[in-house]
Design a protein around this ligand. Sequence first.
Ligand SMILES: Nc1ncnc2c1ncn2[C@@H]1O[C@H](COP(=O)(O)OP(=O)(O)OP(=O)(O)O)[C@@H](O)[C@H]1O
Ligand SMILES: [Mg+2]
Length: 454
Amino acid sequence: MSGIREVPEGLVAWERISAHSHIRGLGLEGLKAKFIDDGMVGQTEAREAAGIVTRLIREGKFAGRAILMAGPPGTGKTAIAVAIAKELGKDVPFVPIAASEVYSAEMKKTEFLTQALRKSIGVRIHEVRKIYEGIVKELSIQKEPHPYNPYMQVPVGAIMKLATKDESKKLTMDQSFAMQIVQQGIETGDIVQIDADGGRITKLGKSKQAIEEKKVDLTAIEVLDIPPGPVMKEKEFVYTLTLHQLDVMNSRSGGSIFSLLFSSGGGREIDAEVRKEVDNAVRDMVQSKKAEIIPGVAFIDECSMLDVESFAFLNRALEQDLCPIIIFATNRGITTIRGTDIKSPHGMPLDLLDRLLIINTRPYNAEEIRKILEIRAKAEKIEIEEEALNLLTKIGVETSLRHAVQLMAPAKIIAENENLKVITKTHVERVNFLFADIKRSVSYLHEYEKQFLV
Ligand SMILES: Nc1ncnc2c1ncn2[C@@H]1O[C@H](COP(=O)(O)OP(=O)(O)OP(=O)(O)O)[C@@H](O)[C@H]1O
Ligand SMILES: [Mg+2]
């Protein structure tokens, strides 16, 4: 049950990530950035700074702190945040949100932010459970007529003799176990595991002997040795849940990990009382060494879209003890703080800015753009001619990296339409003519407006 992670919700999150599918990490050797590695190119200072942050996060020394990635559009701010997530590995929660999602109609702004922060904190829980494990030596299932349909028999209980190499035990089980046994087709010779407290029986495989005796088809079956030792043992289970998952579980009656896995769960506001209970329970578990807190990362992209209330809320949250690392990203310089008429660097209140470590990203040069385009082409399985790549690089230098990257997919469509596998210079010229970059689009509208004015 280990390694439950937040799944990015909905298509928006997916699209945001898919543009960065070529990124596998920060591409560092120790704390030094290699020019190209892990799908990353250039931007070395920012990557090295991100590497230091990653270490601090891993060592749990950075909780309640915040970082701001600031730089012009298309300079890899989101890419670097994605790389940090990859470096942190599976067990550390990474929750990307776009600031504009705060203004959803379904939830208060503070509730949305609270959920995002609580999704970003993992709790690794160690649980010792009683497990029965062994080979099924004898099995009898008691059946009774169905209460509404007497012609049908339903299982109501079971008696099982379970053995290891060293001992055997007879177990009586109730209806829920009997039904699981019938559903999984468990029979003598199978090796099973029973989680008595969790109420689950799992077929692990078949014993070697049984396979020889019954001549079963081996392709679909795990062949196992009969386990040694006692039939009943204590096993440690380790799994990671987020504070938000614990909130959701506790706000449902009879909630369990399974109710969490098999229902949609999202989109509801959670009672403050429930959160308090969860926090207290988690603190108790940490104190009695049954759990550890894993502070993860909440990545808030386009953060200049947040308003003054949201900033104040986050500022307060950073002072509380259960708070993840917050990474903000923006491409705005001096701009007004939303909800006020105060101008401020990056549109953020000064008291919050004061707490941040700022990482700047800078525009790319031609060599870097070319390399990134090559990597993106590979990721999107696009073949591209030398000359076409040269032209795309030139377009990237003159407009933006993002624009050049985005022209590749339409160019591929034109090539395919001509039954060609490779994108040529003419294809790139064509899409560059059909699709405007921002500057061209603005100057076009400007011209158009002038025609109306005179
Ligand atoms: N150093 C890099 N190495 C490899 N790929 C990169 C690098 N920088 C950016 N990219 C890729 O270029 C594209 C644009 O970069 P990204 O979206 O990270 O820019 P951004 O700084 O977040 O821009 P914005 O301000 O518009 O959000 C993405 O597909 C990204 O993965
Ligand atoms: Mg971005």
